[in-house]
Design a protein around this ligand. Structure first.
Ligand SMILES: *Cc1c(COP(=O)(O)O)cnc(C)c1O
Length: 420
C-alpha cells in the first residue's frame, strides 16, 4: 500500500476502514485544552471501554440484591465466572479453551508456572532470558533460581543483540543452545519485547529449546491482544500475560495463563495449589486430597475477583465483535502508516529500533532519540501526546487498532516534527 503524508489521506483511511467505528466504544482521554489526547500508550494501559461501567453495575447490583447467593444466582453467576472469559481469551492468544485461564496477576502466574516448569537438576540448572527483559521477569527468574539454591548470576543467560544491533537474532540463540544446551533448564522470553517491540518467533524458539531438552515459556504481556501468538501451535510449555495493556481491563487487573494441553493431565509436575484448582465437582466437599482440574484451570489458587473479571469481559466482547484477525490486519496497516510518516521526516535524530517487518513486530514502534535527554518527550507530552519514555533514549508509541486511528498517527508525527 502506498501512503501519503497529508492529513486528508489519514482522514480518508479512517473513513474507509470499517473497524474505525470501535474508537467510539472507548473513552479517549482529553488534553488540557479540551481536545482529544493523542493516546499511544495502550501498550502500558489500555483505554476504558465505555461499556465497562454497565458491566460493573450489573455485578454490583447483583451483589446488593443477592449477597452470597450471587455466586449461583447472579445474572452471570460468580462461581463459574472465569469460564465466560475462556473462549474469547483462547481465540485472542491462539490456544484451545482448556489451555487458558484468567487468574492472579502476571508476575504471580510467572512464578506459578516456573514452580512447575523450572526444575533444575544436575547440570541442567540455567534459564535463558532475552537481554532487556522486563525487570519484573528478571527478578522473578532470579528469585526462582535462588529459591532452588543456585547462584542467579551464573544461572541466568542473556540472549543478546550483536554489537551495534538492537534486537537479538534467532541464530544466536541457536548457537547459545549448541554451546550450552545441556545446562539449560528453561527458556523464558517476552513474546514481544517491551522495549524494542520485537515479536519473536515463538514456534522456532520452542523447537530449539525442546530439541536442547529445555522447557520453554513466554511472557506475553506485550503480545496478548496485540499479535497472533498462536500459543498452541508454538508448542510452548506455558505462557503468561496481563490484561490491562492491549486487553483494556483496567489498572492492575488480572493476568492470563496458558499451559499446553500435553501437560493438561500431568500430575507429575510439581505445582503450588489452592482450592480453586481442585476438581470443581467436589471442591465444596472440602476434601483433604487435592485433585487438580485438567488443563490450565488446575493451576488456579483462589476464587477470583469478579469485579476485575467483569472489566476483562467488557473488553473481550469488543474483541469478539471486531474479530482478532481483522484487528491484526488493521494494526499492520496502522503501524505501517506511522512508520512511513516517521521515515518521511527524514531526520536522523529519530530512528526506529523496532523490526521493520510486520511479522516481527506488533503495533508498537520504539523510537531512539539521538543525544537524548527527556526534553523532546516532555515537549510532545505538553502538546497532548501520551506515549512513554524508557531510559536511556527511547520513546515508545503504540497505535492500538481497537481505538487509535490514522489521524492519531498523523497528529503525533506533526507534533514530533514541530518539537524536534
Ligand atoms: C507489564 C509487564 C509486567 C508487569 O507485571 P505485573 O505482574 O502485571 O505487575 C511484567 N512483565 C512484562 C514483560 C510486562 O510487559
Amino acid at each position: 500500500m502506498t501512503f501519503k503524508t497529508d492529513r486528508n489521506f489519514a482522514l480518508q483511511l479512517d473513513r474507509e476502514d470499517s473497524l474505525s467505528r470501535f474508537r467510539e466504544s472507548f473513552y479517549i482521554p482529553k488534553h488540557t485544552d479540551g481536545t482529544e489526547s493523542i493516546y499511544l500508550c495502550g501498550n502500558s494501559l489500555g483505554l476504558q471501554p465505555r461499556q465497562t461501567k454497565a458491566y460493573l453495575d450489573q455485578e454490583l447490583d447483583d451483589w446488593a440484591r443477592l449477597g452470597v447467593e450471587g455466586h449461583f444466582h447472579a445474572a452471570n453467576p460468580w462461581m463459574p465466572y472465569h469460564e465466560i472469559l475462556t473462549e474469547t481469551t483462547a481465540q485472542v492468544v491462539g490456544a484451545k479453551p482448556h489451555e487458558v485461564v484468567i487468574m492472579n496477576t502476571l508476575t504471580t502466574n510467572l512464578h506459578l508456572m516456573m514452580v512447575s516448569f523450572y526444575q533444575p537438576k544436575g547440570k541442567r540448572t540455567k534459564i535463558i532470558i532475552e537481554a532487556d527483559a522486563f525487570p519484573s521477569d528478571r527478578y522473578a527468574v532470579a528469585s526462582q533460581v535462588q529459591f532452588h539454591g543456585y547462584d542467579d548470576k551464573e544461572n541466568i543467560i542473556e540472549w543478546s543483540p550483536r554489537v551495534g544491533e538492537h534486537t537479538p537474532r534467532i541464530e544466536d540463540l541457536e548457537t547459545l543452545l549448541k554451546e550450552q544446551g545441556d545446562s539449560i533448564a528453561l527458556i523464558m522470553v517476552g513474546a514481544v519485547n517491551y522495549y524494542t517491540g520485537q515479536f519473536f518467533d515463538l514456534k522456532k524458539i520452542t523447537s530449539l529449546g525442546h530439541a536442547a531438552g529445555a522447557m520453554v515459556g513466554f511472557d506475553c504481556a506485550h503480545g496478548a491482544g496485540n499479535v497472533n501468538l498462536e500459543l498452541h501451535d508454538s508448542a510452548a510449555d506455558f505462557a503468561v500475560w496481563c490484561t490491562y495493556k492491549y486487553m483494556n481491563s483496567g489498572p492492575g487487573s488480572l493476568g492470563g495463563c496458558f499451559v499446553h494441553e500435553r501437560h493438561a493431565n500431568n500430575t507429575d509436575l510439581p505445582r503450588f495449589t489452592g482450592w480453586w484448582g481442585h476438581n470443581k465437582d467436589t471442591r465444596f466437599k472440602m476434601r483433604d486430597d487435592f485433585e487438580p482440574m485438567p488443563g490450565a484451570e488446575g493451576w488456579q489458587l483462589s476464587n477470583p475477583p469478579i469485579l476485575s473479571m467483569v472489566a476483562i469481559r467488557a473488553s473481550l466482547d469488543l474483541f469478539a465483535q471486531a474479530g482478532f484477525d481483522h484487528l491484526r490486519e488493521r494494526s499492520i496497516k496502522l503501524t505501517g502508516y506511522l512508520e512511513y510518516l516517521l521515515k518521511e521526516l527524514k531526520d536522523d535524530r529519530i530512528s526506529i529500533i523496532t523490526p521493520s517487518t510486520a511479522k516481527d513486530r506488533g503495533c508498537q514502534l520504539s523510537l531512539a532519540v539521538k543525544n537524548a535527554d527527556k526534553s523532546l518527550f516532555e515537549a510532545i507530552t505538553a502538546k497532548g501526546v501520551i506515549a512513554d519514555w524508557r531510559e536511556p533514549d527511547v520513546i515508545r508509541v503504540a497505535p492500538v487498532p481497537l481505538y487509535n486511528n490514522y489521524e492519531d498517527c498523523w497528529r503525533f508525527v506533526e507534533v514530533l516534527k514541530s518539537e524536534m
